[in-house]
Structure formats: C-alpha cells, structure tokens
Design a protein around this ligand. Sequence first.
Ligand SMILES: [Zn+2]
Length: 260
Amino acid sequence: MADAVNHVRSDYKASKHSGKRPLKNIRYFVIHTAEAPSPTLGAESVGRYFASGAARGSTQYGLDINSTQQYLADAYVAWGAPPLNETGLHVECAGMAKYDRKMWLTTYAKMMKRLGWLIASRTRKYDIPFRILDVEELKRLGTKPTKGGIVTHDTVSKAFGQSTHWDPGKDFPLDVVMAWAAKYRQGVIKGMVSRPVLHIYNKGKWVSRLQNDLRAKGYQVKADGVFGKATETAVKDFQKKHGLKSNGVVGMRTWKALDK
Ligand SMILES: [Zn+2]
C-alpha cells in the first residue's frame, strides 16, 4: 500500500552526518538517484544502507513510488554532494541514472509526483528559490548561503569538481517533477486541485478528459484515454500557440489555458 503523497516516514536513521546547522542555512534542494533499482522498496534499501556502519554518505530524504523516508532531520548536515552539504537538502530517488525517459515516466511515474510534493513543501518552508539552476548559474552563486535553488548532483559535480557523480542521469524527467511541484505550490485552486500532471505514457479518464479538451480546440486526437505520440504532439502545439513552454507535459498552466 502506498502512503499519501505528503506522508513522510522515518524508519531509518543515517549513521553519517556532520552535525547540526541553523535551518536558515538551507538554500538548495539537491536531487540524486540512488542506483537502487527497486521502484517499490528503493527508499527502504537506501535507508538500510545509510543506517549501516558501512555507509559512506547520507541524505535527508529518500523516495520510491510508494513512500517518502526521512533519514536525517533537516537541521543535520548530510554527506550528499560537497560543497553543498551545509546549504543543501538532499534527496535520493530510487532507480538508476542510466534509465531512459520512458522508464522514469512509466515504472517510476508516481515517484515524480512524490518528489514534486517534497520540492513544493521544502522550497516553501525554507524559502528556497523555485527554479532549477544550471552549472553556470550554480557557479555564479557559489556556496555562500545566499540565494540558492534546485539542482541535481550532476550539476553540483560539474560546477565545483568536488565529486564525480552524474546522477540523476540525463533522462531524469525534471520537467514533469517541476510541473507536479508547481501544482502543489499553488495549493487549492477551485476546480484545479484534483487535476493531475499528465504526460506521455499516462492512461485513464484524465487523459480522455484532456483529449476531449484538445478536440474542442480543433485537434484531431482520438479520445481513447491513452497519452501517446499524437496527443503529445497536439499538446506541444497547443502550448506553443498559447505562449507556454512547449514540452508536452500538461501542468496547471496548460490545464488553465485549455479551460479558456
Ligand atoms: Zn548523488
């Protein structure tokens, strides 16, 4: 049974950390993948490893498709990705950095929703800027506990050269994660709260609803409840025509534009 998306468990305690920090030092949200190839128990296997004496690292959080685990309180400095340990909140996602987009958006799709919620909730709580930083931007900001933002371990490695990890991998769907995060940051908006983020490979009644909305806008897509290539192409075209990011991911802005 999967936990609610906003439920955070704490079944494991990480053995490695660098002690406490003031919460105001938290300026970055750092995304990792764990090389833990279990969509359902990845967060637990990472927890067991971090709790063991053999662990050579740690993070505050771990995720798989049905649970969110907290291994270290936010006030503790994890061994996640130097030099952003003192200023970072680190999260290990189940899965492998080599996975392609299809794998992440099918087998691991529910983890993206969970990660979106965690990003929304922690960026709000600690006033972390809600944007993904690239290598150049992170280099410019440096390690000072000033502005901050959302980064991957790969970006941290490339910006500072203090680690060689390239997780979460080039096909990790940050666009889908950020669409979920934007939805959760908006909170309750009348008539919007239940609408999911949709993307290629999704199926079901919300996809049919989307396809009917697209048909009403003149797109010749089948309303079969299967989000395939043709639906993605129509979404991208619709987004382009409405000044939205043309990525084929249906987040709150795209839903709103379809309502008009
Ligand atoms: Zn990492």
